[in-house]
Design a protein around this ligand. Sequence first.
Ligand code: SF4
Ligand code: SF4
Length: 69
Amino acid sequence: MIGANYRVPQIDAARCQTCRQCRARKTCRLKALVQFEASELPYIDRELCRGCLVCVEECPFQAIQVESR
Ligand code: SF4
Ligand code: SF4
């Protein structure tokens, strides 16, 4: 979203363990963290995400990161 004053985190593919069920995904109430198939690299839908960063805390591998700017 243009002009949004929050930051959308991203999945770091190098860190992500492509868990069978992404536990961070379950914490996103907006369903912005998407994992279509089990054991697949999840991604964050920028249109849905509102930058609450709850998912960042939930990933045990620190694979969800906020870009610095
Ligand atoms: S983002 Fe974290 S919890 Fe989700 S699949 Fe990747 S490593 Fe697992
Ligand atoms: S930052 Fe919040 S809204 Fe965005 S994907 Fe993570 S839990 Fe969902």
